[in-house]
Ligand binder design. Structure first.
Ligand code: PLP
Length: 490
């Protein structure tokens, strides 16, 4: 036996390894360690080795993983992390993801994983208020989900004028995509990747509540129409990244429909907000959407790497994204007369509905979350998170040294500390310093944004580990820290 055979990888004993990983994760989830940066020299020195010539025993690798890597992981899952729009996954979804890594490395074939891929898309669409006519495909997150949706829009729009852009490419004709000033920048990047160009995105004005103004949309489309610019898509945000604003969907959708233009809804973060009956009417008009996206790895707390695009008719995705038949693929899997093997059929060709061929089954994670929490549990979670944002905004409105900069529409609050003595310009600098100190000195980790030209401290509540005690303690901590900073001012 050669040395390399002796050091072949361990391919069994999952119970031993995963229970050790599970124990380390339980320890990690106590969140009582200092920030990994405080020990950076130590873990950098232990991990930074040259390319190993010979492998180690699995127990030694596991020990390094569990003792050095895991304890110095991310702070995102902590109960006080409310930055950006990202969250830590639940126990069930981590378990489902781990199981899928071996039991179904791909999403294809006649398997239970393949079945729940489609089933979970149906459940997800239904719980997000999309009609049964909207069919989905998973991808790695909102960036790719928007790309896939706009790829469908590009395909459809050019087909209306007799061109197949995926087959022949396009050029010459000027085109435009319409989205609000607050739209997520993945829309611009999708346009860049699709050959539409970032500059084709018309940034439509928003009102004081950060919602797109439909009359401005109409006006921008009219200017382009007069200049013979082809309108490719109108994009509404169902929950903007900055403030959680929901664009007036019916009004925008009707402008798009009247112009014969594809209507896309970016609900990467906010589409599950429709579960809250107190805000549901803001989603009125969602049924006009030709495409919509939602990221289970945001509000539903799936592990990162799961977005979903929904369209009325997946054949448009096929035309936009087909890689053309491949001998090794279709020939190997399709059209067995009698199905006797899971390899007799590839199943739904998700690989032709987006930009990934190899892809893990993501549905099993979404399926496990929905099965564990049910519609009612997810609704309670969404309502609780929306309540947290309202609690923060109300507290700030009533507090003499805080100000609420928005009326939260979903689970994002935007507030700032306002000391009596500082001039307005310095408020931005003061609040940026306050946020830095909050992050450096406390367990509360919101992020920031700018609202109506004011710097805002912005907690986004989608973290399943957050409790109302955390939110209340955050508010008193913020005021205390702000007061101390004011006392230290020269
Ligand atoms: C509204 C919106 N769309 C798209 C994205 C991009 O999603 P991802 O980070 O999953 O690629 C985000 C990210 O926060 C978002 O908030």
């Amino acid at each position: 036996m050669t040395d390399s055979a002796r050091h072949g990888p361990e391919i069994g004993r999952f119970g031993d390894s995963l229970s050790a990983v599970g124990a380390a994760l339980d320890e990690f989830a106590r969140f009582d360690r200092p920030d990994p940066v405080s020990r950076r020299d130590e873990w950098t020195a232990r991990l930074n080795r040259d390319l190993p010539r010979d492998g180690l025993e699995i127990d030694d690798v596991l020990a390094e993983l569990l003792e050095v890597v895991v304890p110095n992981g991310d702070r995102i899952p902590e109960p006080g992390f409310w930055g950006f729009i990202t969250t830590g996954p639940t126990t069930m979804s981590v378990s489902a993801a781990s199981a899928a890594l071996l039991a179904a490395p791909q999403r294809y074939g006649i398997t239970a994983f393949n079945l729940v891929e489609e089933l979970s898309l149906r459940w997800l669409g239904e719980l997000c208020g999309l009609g049964p006519h909207m069919l989905g495909v998973y991808s790695s997150g909102g960036s790719v989900a928007n790309l896939v949706a706009l790829g469908a829009a590009r395909q459809w729009s050019w087909e209306q004028v007799g061109v197949d852009p995926a087959r022949h490419g396009v050029g010459g004709q000027r085109v435009a995509v319409y989205a609000s000033e607050e739209v997520h920048h993945t829309i611009q990047r999708s346009c860049a990747v699709l050959g539409i160009g970032r500059e084709a995105v018309r940034r439509i004005a928003v009102d004081r509540d950060q919602q797109m103004v439909p009359a401005s949309l109409e006006a921008a489309m009219a200017v382009d129409r007069a200049a013979d610019v082809l309108p490719l898509a109108v994009v509404a945000s169902a929950g903007t990244t900055n403030t959680g604003a929901i664009d007036p969907m019916r009004a925008i959708g009707e402008v798009a429909k009247a112009a014969g233009t594809w209507f896309h809804v970016d609900g990467a973060y906010g589409l599950p907000g429709i579960l809250d009956p107190r805000v549901r009417e803001r989603y009125d008009g969602l049924e006009l959407a030709d495409s919509a996206i939602v990221d289970p790895h945001k509000w539903l707390s799936a592990p990162v790497g799961i977005g979903a695009t929904f369209v009325r008719d997946r054949s448009i995705l096929h035309r936009a994204f087909t890689q053309e038949p491949a001998d090794y693929l279709e020939g190997a899997m399709d059209s067995a007369e009698d199905i006797v093997s899971s390899l007799d059929e590839i199943g739904i060709p998700y690989y032709d509905f987006g930009v990934e061929l190899s892809a893990p089954p993501r549905g099993v994670q979404v399926w496990s979350i929905i099965l564990e929490e049910g519609l009612r549990g997810l609704q309670q979670r969404v309502m609780r998170d929306n309540d947290f944002a309202r609690l923060v905004a109300d507290f700030a409105r009533e507090h003499p040294r805080l100000e609420s900069l928005t009326e939260p529409q979903l689970s994002i609050a935007c507030i700032r500390y306002v000391p009596a003595a500082l001039p307005v310009d310095d408020l931005d600098v003061f609040n940026a310093a306050l946020l830095r100190r909050l992050i450096h000195e406390t367990r509360f980790l919101p992020s920031s944004t700018v609202v109506n030209d004011c710097y805002a401290i912005r907690p986004c509540f989608i973290n399943p580990r957050t409790t109302s005690d955390d939110v209340e303690e955050f508010l008193t901590t913020l005021v205390d820290l702000g007061d101390r900073m004011v006392a230290d001012l020269p």
